[in-house]
Design a protein around this ligand. Structure first.
Ligand SMILES: *Cc1c(COP(=O)(O)O)cnc(C)c1O
Length: 386
């Protein structure tokens, strides 16, 4: 099976991890801060906070912005469930804004329309979470304009997008948001096994994020109530979690970061090859590039249903049965049974549902060979015309 994505681990990556294994610390040592500084400087952000996953990052991002009971958070339906669950963890309500059919990112016009209605009803969101789908930045300039007008905070879910650019700046610079989140899960652009990172330019948010990443515990006397009782002393001053990244993971991440540009370059090479080979087929290809350089985490095609006789499912199954590990990113989150229980029903975001009925993610990862790509194209062509 040619997988839809896979990590690319070099001997240098392995040596970096082994070096940590032989050192004094395998967690909470010197490598996590080095990895944090490397990602912050790569992105041009003031602060980076490493955590155990992007899911953990999204959770504490919401908490640090004060999301709680009675608040409302909005995101895109075409995302992994974690982009929405983070609001529910905080006791807030979640709602979904339909996508733009060209990019599959949140639709700015739909967002503006919903904001105007929400303003009339007194139900404005506290936080909006745009998701840079497949690595292509959302229209952040417009979303930031809406944030100023309607007074909400922005968390960029950039789980797909490390290494991408928007308006010539690295995604993660924080120019148009409060917090940006990266994921380092093995299928993503670079990996730490499990892992995530938050970026922010706010010192206040950084302090809060660091505190709740590790139980809400501090050893800083300035933050304590009363005086320290001795060198052993620490205080829990907030309710936090153990969302820390280990030095083992950070060593892998730091080593992978060296090849980030190469990974993204290779993804563009593969995508361009697909673009050319697939141009005659009854498919639509996700838009990229506008004002952005996508990190190209995914290569998604959409069927043109009026031009194919077989169903989406038949084509998908025939690809899988022929050894092509295609996938579908994503099922609109609100169609999940858990979300149906919260009152969401089919038909809520028609463009997201139309996308879901047509989309297929083709295999793409840096070490993919041309033969493997040709195999994907051949099997896809057969599956479409069978
Ligand atoms: C992968 C992913 C997450 C969750 O990342 P983890 O690191 O696996 O917790 C969140 N949002 C999106 C869009 C993702 O693709």
């Amino acid at each position: 099976m040619i997988p839809y994505g896979r990590q690319d681990i070099s001997e240098t990556d392995i040596e970096a991890v082994v070096e940590v294994l032989r050192s004094d610390f395998i967690t909470q040592g010197p490598v996590v801060p080095r990895f944090e500084q490397a990602v912050a400087s790569l992105c041009g952000a003031k602060h980076a906070i490493a955590v155990s996953s992007a899911t953990a990052a999204l959770h504490i991002a919401c908490l640090s912005l004060g999301v709680s009971n009675g608040d409302i958070v909005w995101t895109s339906p075409i995302t992994f469930v974690a982009s929405a669950n983070c609001a529910l963890y905080c006791g807030a309500q979640i709602d979904f804004i339909d996508i733009d059919s060209e990019t599959s990112n949140i639709s700015v016009s739909a967002l503006e329309e919903r904001l105007l209605a929400a303003e009339r009803d007194g139900l404005l969101p506290k936080v909006v979470i745009p998701v840079h789908f497949a690595g292509l930045s959302c229209d952040m300039q417009s979303i930031a304009g809406l944030a100023r007008r309607f007074n909400f905070k922005i968390i960029e879910d950039a789980s797909h997008a490390i290494g991408g650019k928007y308006l010539e700046e690295p995604i993660g610079s924080g120019r148009f948001s409060d917090i940006t989140v990266f994921s380092f899960h093995p299928v993503k652009v670079i990996t730490t096994g499990e892992g995530g990172m938050l970026l922010t330019n706010s010192g206040q948010l950084e302090a809060k994020l660091r505190l709740i990443r590790s139980h809400g515990i501090t050893r800083d006397e300035k933050l304590m109530t009363g005086k320290s009782e001795g060198p052993w002393y620490y205080q829990q001053i907030d309710l936090g979690f153990n969302y820390r990244m280990t030095d083992l993971q950070a060593a892998l991440g730091l080593s992978q970061l060296e090849r980030l540009d190469e990974f993204v370059r290779r993804r563009h090479e593969i995508a361009t090859y697909y673009d050319n080979k697939l141009s005659e087929l009854p498919l639509k290809i996700l838009a990229r590039n506008h004002d952005s350089h996508s990190a190209l985490h995914l290569y998604v095609v959409r069927l043109q249903p009026q031009r194919v006789r077989r169903s989406h499912r038949e084509i998908f199954e025939s690809l899988r049965n022929s050894g092509i590990g295609v996938n579908l990113h994503y099922i609109p989150v609100y169609l999940q049974p858990y979300y149906a229980k919260l009152g969401f029903a089919p038909g809520y975001c028609p463009k997201a549902e139309e996308y879901y009925s047509e989309a297929i993610s083709l295999p793409m990862y840096p070490a993919m060979t041309q033969d493997q790509q040709d195999e994907v194209v051949k099997v896809l062509r057969e599956a479409l015309y069978e």
